[in-house]
Ligand binder design. Structure first.
Ligand code: MIC
Ligand code: SF4
Length: 650
């Protein structure tokens, strides 16, 4: 049987295990990526491993998330990252240089290589044929130190693209279509691989839009082949020598094949408040829009912005619409400036934001109450924009711009604007002066690490209790995102101070006048009892932020019992020694309530490699069974009290 692109790269990088779907395998990582919001913890953990030089071939530290800088904390973090990353051998991309995934695509991504990044949208680099996976900061720190990255050997979902997109239909509509088919649930352990004649009609940034938002499917990653289009993109970035051809064998077999005829696609939206709540634009047409934002790592390339600028030429933004543009990188900003696009935006009344995550992570531009906000982003989890009860629709840049002009949701094909033809540049502006080189070992010897007092070493994880004797602190429903567990936005400045950040665990679910989750958890911890979280399907979807495990751990949470747990969050829980347990019978979820007292022989079950564990609900005078779905290595991590103690003790 022929091989898929995914398996070709896995075969080249396999260190441990057998390449058989479902098995746990260890692979060698060529490149690592961190951003500031997860990077400080990642580098603090790297430091505590006692290793002074990065062993991966290439490591890049980006600053793009926490840019609001209210108070000194964010800038403290930036200086820490700048000083430590370069000292230990990484590149550093300074704030203002752009969103990590966009800059990485432009300047560092390589077909055939492996990448792990402490950000769930790391798969963006799959657009260039890289096997790029999002992970928690501790897993990234281990890969920086030269360790293997462990994952479930994936099943591969082949997405067969046919035909060519019609004018005004965007690559965003491809991934929205896929989300409508696969949804955000149930795709754990899969890789999405695109193939077919439709691939060649898509530019690299268009492919990257698909692989970027593939993160919302909950898959391990998404990938495109590396072909002539890839070669031209690399040549236009003056990196042609890094190109290799990489295509699936003609007889490659996929575990499932989904066909998408690009000719038949129409503009779509992910309606509030889930990326898989897909509705055709025609069904939403006519609804008044109060805010439109184009940007984020999904849709902020040169083409995305120029198509909008061209459509806007000679027009103005609707008076009822707040309109903002955040170019994905400084390269994009400079390119649209040279092409006249920036001027068009300014003249039309756009608010020009810096090249950073900005409103995508709730850093400003929270919409007013009840206002519909259209965004070219990838996530619209409840409240992520910073407004409780927000109405965020995720759409293509094309739908964004036509709606910004008309003031209502509209299919861009319906408003009589001629479709602008935007050619992919044959040469991008290359200006790497905001990319700082890693220090040489000699330079590093005398370099100091800038560490302000707001940067507090992360708390250490501990072995799970022999007997789980605990209280259900909270009972949650399905699809609880890490945005709900650990809010970002204005709380981001506490990312490098876990005791402070932990005060805001489940912040949006706290009731006014009632003790907060954190207060209740600490009260249970003081009684030497374990905190337990109970949840439904897809617990921990979304971001890779390990704070969603680290902060609950600090508050004394020892176990999460759920119907299912998403991949990156599951790994983060294990890395910080919180035991993930899955209801053997999902109906048992209905018989548990907040404040129930639970008891189980926890450690023995982990040590004995038991596949199930019986849990006693003392309050309800009943018992139920949970599955322990853990590999041998994961059991070892838990038994060692977390990944860091395991790595440190060899
Ligand atoms: C996100 O899009 O949710 C983030 C912010 O980029 C996160 C990382 C973080 O929480 O720092 C992600 O996607 O992993
Ligand atoms: Fe930044 Fe948004 Fe992309 Fe996350 S999804 S990396 S917050 S732009």
């Amino acid at each position: 049987m022929g091989l898929s692109v995914t398996y070709k790269i896995l075969r080249e990088h396999l260190i441990e295990g057998e390449l058989k779907a479902g098995n746990e395998i260890g692979i060698k990582i060529d490149q690592t990526l961190t951003q500031d919001a997860t990077g400080t913890t990642c580098y603090l953990l790297f430091e505590s491993m006692g290793i002074d030089r990065i062993k991966a071939k290439l490591a890049v530290s980006y600053v793009d998330h926490n840019m609001a800088q209210f108070g000194p904390e964010n800038h403290n973090d930036h200086l820490y990252l700048q000083s430590i990353s370069r000292k230990v051998g990484a590149w550093h991309s300074r704030p203002g240089n752009g969103i990590c995934h966009q800059v990485n695509l432009e300047r560092f991504s390589r077909p055939g290589w492996t990448l792990i990044g402490s950000d769930s949208h790391t798969p963006t680099a799959g657009g260039i044929g890289m096997l790029a996976i999002g992970a928690g900061g501790l897993d990234v720190a281990v890969a920086m130190a030269g360790g293997a990255f462990y994952l479930t050997c994936p099943r591969v979902i082949g997405v067969h693209l046919k035909g060519k997109l019609k004018p005004w239909v965007s690559s965003k509509d491809i991934i929205l279509k896929l989300l409508s088919i696969l949804t955000t649930k149930g795709n754990v352990g899969c890789v999405v691989e695109y193939f077919g004649e439709g691939v060649k009609s898509l530019t690299i940034p268009q492919r990257a839009t698909c692989t970027n938002m593939g993160a919302e499917l909950g898959v391990t990653t998404s990938i495109f082949p590396s072909d002539e289009v890839t070669k031209s993109f690399l040549a236009a970035q003056s990196r042609e020598e890094q190109w290799i051809e990489l295509c699936a064998d003609s007889d490659a077999e996929y575990d499932r094949v989904i066909e998408i005829d690009l000719n038949e696609l129409e503009p779509l939206a992910a309606a509030p408040s889930s990326p898989d709540n897909i509705v055709p634009i025609k069904e939403l047409a006519g609804q008044k829009v109060g805010q439109v934002i184009i940007g984020s790592c999904t849709n902020s390339s040169y083409r995305d912005l120029m198509i909008c600028a061209k459509a806007l030429e000679g027009r103005t933004i609707h008076p009822d619409v707040e309109f903002a543009v955040a170019p994905g990188s400084r390269q994009v900003m400079e390119m649209i400036d040279r092409a006249g696009g920036l001027q068009t935006f300014i003249q039309a009344g756009a608010r020009i934001l810096e090249s950073a995550c900005g409103p995508c992570i709730g850093m400003g531009l929270s919409p007013a109450d009840g206002v519909i906000s259209l965004r070219s982003f990838n996530r619209n989890f409840p409240g992520r924009s910073g407004t409780k009860g927000d109405k965020v629709y995720l759409v293509s840049p094309e739908v964004c711009i036509s709606s910004a002009i008309t003031g209502e949701i509209v299919n861009p094909a319906d408003i009589g604007i001629e479709y602008p033809q935007i050619e992919e540049p044959s040469q991008f502006v290359i200006n790497d002066n905001m990319l700082q080189l890693p220090m040489t070992e000699t330079e590093a010897k005398s370099a100091t690490i800038i560490r302000a007092p707001s940067i507090v070493p992360p708390p250490l994880s501990e072995k799970p209790p022999a007997k789980l004797d605990g209280t259900v602190l909270i009972k949650l429903g399905d699809k609880i995102s890490t945005d709900i567990i650990m809010p970002a936005g204005s709380f981001l400045k506490y990312r490098s101070n876990v005791p402070e950040y932990a005060k805001y665990v489940f912040n949006s679910l706290n009731e006014p006048g009632e003790p907060s989750f954190a207060q209740r958890a600490l009260a249970i911890k003081e009684q030497n009892r374990a905190g337990i979280i109970v949840a439904g399907e897809s617990y921990g979807q979304g971001s890779s932020r390990e704070h969603a495990a680290l902060c609950p751990m600090y508050l004394g949470v020892k176990a999460v019992i759920a119907k299912s747990i998403e991949r990156i969050h599951l790994a983060n829980l294990i890395n910080f020694a919180i035991v993930p347990l899955i209801f053997a019978n999902p109906e048992d979820y209905d018989n548990i309530d907040r404040d129930d007292q639970l008891r189980a022989e926890l450690l023995k079950a982990i040590e004995n490699a038991d596949e199930t564990i019986e849990i006693e609900n003392i309050t309800k005078n009943s018992t139920f069974v949970c599955k322990i779905i853990l590999s041998q290595r994961q059991r070892k991590i838990l038994f060692a009290g977390g990944l860091l103690p395991m790595v440190k003790n060899g």
